[in-house]
Each structure stands twice: as structure tokens, then as C-alpha cells.
Design a protein around this ligand. Structure first.
Ligand code: SF4
Length: 382
């Protein structure tokens, strides 16, 4: 077996312990999520998938006013109209996460959920702008694209924030349920046909709208197109046109609070060419999400043990810098801004990016850039 696959399996088996630490971690000081106006979530890659899960789950289950924007919005759009509390998810402080962190001053409250401490020099300007850092007790997960601990740990942290004191007492059982799901997924992999590289994922109800992480993990682990996620009822309104004509393996993301009647009715539509594999969670939504993610991860890792690859040599590895480091290459941001010619400008240089801070006192400390005509401009000496 390739050492990178062994390492991925080790990380996956350690996932329940990581989740136990997150269950026990103290919540950040300050008001609960959603108690101070609309919450805006963002992240990139798997972190964006987690943000979209939390957005849907907290809206449906807690009634919170939560939105989610892709990180690219923070490069130029008026994101502050979309919420008062900004929550940025970045396990490893990716260069692009700093695009969102640089906008912290535009929000009433800004919180970063990460594995890094607040004292990390890359966060100096974010903290100076009033940003809060919630450092989760995560293990190191670098080396290859797939991350099996951080996404679930971050999602659990977000739900704890959103539920506050209303989190179920049974939350302490979640790590054990996830552990059982990991082993069920690994067992399923033993008989998984190696020719099946992509299996549509099906679920019921609102829950089917928060599962973006699963196809993303599939894509980054097996390097294939992400499988589709369908609401079971929806299959009769489009996907069935293709499903009905070909042999297909389908994964049924079942849970105790499934919409009744849908699975048996769907089963009646299937032919012997179809294989509907149940992946049953023991928890109801939204907690079932953790078990389903663990089941899929176990399946993906288990199959890699039978057909191993070097996970560190992912396709396109050396070609993504122009976008992956968008947030890091802006050494002199907004060169057209009037601030660069102003005596009140204080340029704050982080390790890999810079921010423009106004020391005049009356405009925002981090004015929205680029500034074009400022009443308080004072020409800097040349
Ligand atoms: S005082 Fe005005 S012009 Fe000068 S840096 Fe601040 S915002 Fe820009």
C-alpha cells in the first residue's frame, strides 16, 4: 500500500478522537451565532462545502438568518450587505482565505475558525482589525488534497456555535457513531467493484441540499468528476431519464428522519441493472451528515487500499498557483487607490499579503478599497 494511503487511513481512524476534542472545546467568548443579525459564512474548497452545510442546517434546524458566499465574492463585491457577522473557515490559513480576512473591518463581528493560533503572524492585521480567532484542536493534515478531519471538525464547531446551549446532550455520542460509520465504509470497500468510480448520492428532504462535501471529497480522493447529489423525489423529474437506461450503482444516504415513502417508491423504479447501496446513519439531520461523510470517506479510503496511488502526486498539482495564491500575490493591493498617495496611510504587511489601514480617524480604519475621492485625503510628502 502506498504510504500516503496509509497516512490517509491513519488520519481517518483518528477522526473520532478529533471530534471528541471539538465537542469538549470551549466556545469562543461573545454572543451566540445569529443573535446579532445576519451571519455570513465563507471558505474555499472543502471549507466552502462545510459553510454551505452549516448555512442550510442552521437555517432549517435553528431558524437562524445565515448566508454563504464564495470566497471570490470578497475580492471585489460589496459583501458587507450580506451580513453583520462574518465567519471565515480556513483550516490551514490558505492564501486566499486572507482575501476574506482583509474585509473584517466592514462587519460588526468577524470570526475565523481555523487550526492556527491567533498569534500566527499571518493573522496580525485581522486581529488588529478586531477579528476573533477560534483555534480548533486539530491535527496536522497537509501533504495531499483530501482532508478527512478538518472539514468535519469545523462543521461540528459551527453547529455548536449555532446551537449554543440547545445542542443535544447526545452530542457526546457523535464521535462513536462516526467511528462506527468509518468502519462500515471501510468494510463496504472490500467488495466495491473497482470499475465503479462514481456513484450518484441520494437523500431526502432539505438534507439533500447540504451534502456538497461528499462529492467534493470523492473528487479530491479518487480524482474523478464529483458524483451528483439528488433528492430522491427529484430523480423522477430528470435524472431518471439517464438512470433508467444504464446499469448504475447508487448510494442511499438514509437516516432515521427520512421523508417517509420515498425510498420504497424509488426501489420500485429500479431494475436488476441497478444496485442501490444503503449508507444508513443512526442520527437524524443535521447530525447524520457526520456519519454519512464518514461512511463515504471509509469507502473511498478502503478502495484506495486495494488500488493505491500516490496521493501527493495529484493531477495539476503544480499548475494551480495563479488562482490558489490569489490572496498572497497582492503585495501592493489596490495600487490605483488614493490612499497610496495619502499621508494617513499605514500599510500593514503580513507574511504574504498587505492591507491598507487609515490612521486619519474619521474614515473606516480599513477603508473600502480602492478609495477614489476621500474628503480627508492629505498628500503624503514626496
Ligand atoms: S485619510 Fe482617506 S485618503 Fe487618506 S488613507 Fe485614509 S481613507 Fe485614504
Amino acid at each position: 500500500m502506498h504510504p500516503t494511503v496509509l497516512e490517509l487511513e491513519r488520519r481517518l481512524l483518528a477522526l473520532p478522537a478529533v471530534l471528541s476534542r471539538v465537542v469538549a472545546a470551549p466556545l469562543p467568548a461573545g454572543p451566540g451565532l445569529g443573535t446579532q443579525g445576519r451571519v455570513l459564512l465563507t471558505g474555499v474548497g472543502m471549507s466552502e462545502c462545510v459553510a454551505r452545510f452549516a448555512e442550510v442546517a442552521l437555517r432549517y434546524e435553528r431558524g437562524l438568518d445565515v448566508g454563504c458566499l464564495p470566497l471570490s465574492s470578497f475580492a471585489s463585491e460589496e459583501v458587507a450587505r450580506q451580513g453583520r457577522t462574518l465567519v471565515v473557515l480556513s483550516q490551514g490559513l490558505s492564501p486566499n482565505a486572507r482575501i476574506a480576512l482583509s474585509r473584517a473591518g466592514e462587519f460588526s463581528r468577524a470570526l475565523l475558525v481555523t487550526a492556527h493560533p491567533a498569534g500566527d503572524e499571518r493573522l496580525a492585521s485581522f486581529v488588529r482589525a478586531g477579528g476573533e480567532v477560534w483555534t480548533l484542536p486539530l491535527d496536522e493534515e497537509s501533504g495531499f488534497l483530501t482532508r478527512v478531519q478538518g472539514p468535519l471538525a469545523t462543521a461540528l464547531a459551527l453547529l455548536r456555535l449555532g446551537y449554543g446551549g440547545a445542542a443535544p446532550a447526545t452530542l457526546v455520542e457523535l464521535p462513536a457513531r462516526v467511528e462506527a460509520a468509518v468502519h462500515t465504509g471501510l468494510a463496504l470497500a472490500r467488495d466495491w467493484p473497482l470499475t465503479v468510480r462514481r456513484a450518484p448520492l441520494l437523500a431526502t428532504g432539505w438534507y439533500s441540499r447540504c451534502l456538497d462535501l461528499l462529492p467534493w471529497i470523492w473528487m479530491e480522493t479518487w480524482w474523478v468528476e464529483p458524483p451528483p447529489v439528488w433528492d430522491v423525489l427529484q430523480t423522477a423529474h430528470g435524472p431518471w431519464q439517464q438512470l433508467s437506461t444504464r446499469a448504475e450503482t447508487l448510494l442511499a444516504l438514509e437516516r432515521p428522519d427520512d421523508v417517509p415513502e420515498l425510498w420504497p417508491r424509488f426501489a420500485k423504479m429500479l431494475s436488476p441493472a441497478h444496485r442501490l447501496v444503503p449508507l444508513a446513519a443512526t442520527s437524524s439531520a443535521p447530525w447524520a451528515w457526520f456519519e454519512h461523510a464518514a461512511l463515504v470517506m471509509g469507502l473511498l479510503v478502503g478502495v484506495l487500499k486495494r488500488a493505491p496511488v500516490d496521493l501527493a502526486a495529484w493531477p495539476g498539482r503544480d499548475g494551480d498557483h495563479p488562482l490558489y495564491e490569489l490572496g498572497a500575490v497582492t503585495t501592493t493591493p489596490f495600487t490605483e487607490s488614493q490612499c497610496h498617495r495619502c499621508a494617513h496611510l499605514e500599510r500593514v504587511d503580513g507574511a504574504r499579503s498587505s492591507f491598507l489601514r487609515c490612521a486619519e480617524g474619521r474614515p473606516a480604519k480599513y477603508p473600502r478599497q480602492p478609495v477614489q475621492a476621500c474628503l480627508f485625503f492629505q498628500a503624503a510628502p514626496t
